[in-house]
Design a protein around this ligand. Structure first.
Ligand code: ATP
Ligand code: MG
Length: 452
């Protein structure tokens, strides 16, 4: 059994968290729980982020109220979860997660599907390698802190006295900017391999360092990441690549061996030349800039940033063998999506988007373009332009095409550089007499890129 320890409690005037930084919905929820006699804490990443002076992505609450009690207190509550029941409170612009304090899987508990002594289904189940399959038992605030992944993610903000509660030395690790699992890193990464990806994500996005001994273990266990559920890995991919820190995160994924395990084939492509890494890094930097701007890139754009260059190369090779371009691109995408499916579930809709973003590129490269308004009306046009932007910056190609499309997008309807062919749809002969191109545009594609 884990020995119980006194937590470090930092009173309100000795930490930097102000209630002004907390979402009003979260504050009201905490107050209502408290006023009804329950213990209520802000927990997890939001406390870490508040202490780091960052804006939390979401606010999670832990309490000793059980799900039924939470439901009775909040009309906007929906209970969810099969493995562990927790409450979602639905507000107009936010969903808050309220969970009952949860216990650790006791180390001495027998592995496998054994029933509890009273005949109920088992509360903690691990597979033969120690991966947790099920754990759903309520616990104390301390147990709730100890079952979390990293020390810096186990801090709590207590609404009763506005103090910060630290059971796992998270404050000291936060001061040293260290990511350290709670307990034995090998055990914790084996219980849930996704924690390795989370370590890399927090290191990349928060400018933290993975504690050296932990890093060594992470690198040695990296191949086991494929044991995680493919659908969950896709959800993690979105967080890795679409939150504005794709470039540093990718560096750590690559050096830890996680990316080689997750995407073996694209990784082999990457190993084929030093310039390829530069291409990917430049794409990811571009993606990060997009994420940091007001735009939220489509999920398929991270796939295009990461895998597009390899897929385009493969397409070109097939095209040179005589396969029509569009067909060659389809074949390359199908092969890639088929191969990756065993490890990461990319939803069909997103795979389709990836295909269309890549398939639109030759039409965007063609100068002057054919039927630009029709192209611009395609649902994936904005993402295809974002990919064009990426590849233009990365490879210094198609700059004229990019400038043309940027001018086209910015010009108000009717005054843009539409071709006469579009103004009179269906008149094929007039389509050849193109006029009204933006200044400086050449008739031939700048980089010799060919149509599909
Ligand atoms: P983010 O800023 O991405 O939301 P976060 O730390 O809040 O970071 P969440 O996925 O929202 O991450 O999880 C909330 C909290 O739940 C974490 O801070 C951590 O305490 C706990 N947690 C999440 N995933 C795991 C895991 N795989 N194992 C143990 N604890 C976890
Ligand atoms: Mg969170």
């Amino acid at each position: 059994m884990v020995r119980s320890m006194q937590p470090r409690i930092v009173p309100r005037d000795e930490h930097g968290i102000s209630r002004k930084q907390i979402s009003p919905n979260a504050l009201r929820t905490l107050y209502r729980l408290r006023d009804n006699g329950f213990t209520a804490y802000l927990v997890g990443g939001c406390v870490r982020d508040l202490l780091m002076g960052r804006t939390p992505k979401d606010f999670d609450i832990a309490t000793d109220a059980v799900p039924g009690q939470i439901k009775r207190l909040f009309r906007n509550c929906r209970l969810i979860g099969r493995r562990f029941r927790l409450a979602h409170l639905h507000f107009q612009d936010e969903v808050l997660e309220v969970s009952t304090f949860r216990a650790l899987a006791p180390p001495e508990e027998p592995e496998g599907e054994e029933a509890e002594p009273d005949g109920r289904p088992p509360r903690h189940v691990k597979d033969e390698d120690g991966m947790v399959l099920r754990d759903n038992v309520f616990g104390t605030p301390e147990e709730d802190a100890r079952r979390r992944d990293f020390t810096i993610n186990a801090l709590a903000y207590n609404i009763a006295d506005f103090s910060v509660i630290d059971y796992c030395n998270g404050l000291s690790d936060l001061e040293q900017r260290l990511i350290r699992p709670i307990g034995d890193p090998a055990v914790r990464f084996t219980e849930d391999p996704v924690r390795m990806i989370r370590a890399v994500r927090f290191a990349g996005s928060h400018g933290l360092t993975i504690e050296p001994a932990t890093w060594e273990i992470l690198c040695s266990l990296a191949p086991t990441i494929t044991r995680a559920a493919p659908a969950r890995l896709y959800e993690e991919m979105l967080k890795l690549f679409l939150l504005g820190a794709a470039r540093p995160v990718f560096g750590l994924l690559a050096s830890s061996g996680l990316s080689a395990a997750l995407f073996p084939e694209p990784h082999r492509w990457l190993a084929g030349g030093a310039d390829r890494l530069t291409v990917l890094e430049s794409n990811l930097e571009c993606l990060d800039r997009l994420c940091r701007s007001a735009l939220t890139p489509a999920p398929a754009l991270f796939l295009a940033a990461l895998f597009g260059p390899g897929l385009e190369e493969e397409t070109l090779a097939r095209h040179r063998e005589g396969v029509p371009h569009q067909q060659a691109m389809d074949a390359a995408c199908s092969r890639f999506l088929g191969e990756i499916a065993g490890t990461v579930t990319i939803p069909g809709r997103i795979g389709g988007q990836l295909r269309r973003i890549l398939a639109l590129q030759p039409s965007l490269h063609r100068m002057p373009p054919r039927r630009p308004a029709a192209l611009a009306a395609r649902p994936d046009f904005a993402d295809a332009i974002a990919y064009l932007l990426m590849t233009t910056k990365t490879r210094q190609e198609n700059r004229t095409a990019l400038a043309w499309w940027q001018a086209y997008i910015q010009s108000p309807p009717g005054t843009g550089p539409e071709t006469p062919a579009e103004k009179v749809p269906g008149k094929r002969r007039r389509r050849r007499r193109r006029r009204g191109r933006p200044a400086g545009q050449t008739a031939a594609p700048e980089d010799g890129s060919q149509e599909p």
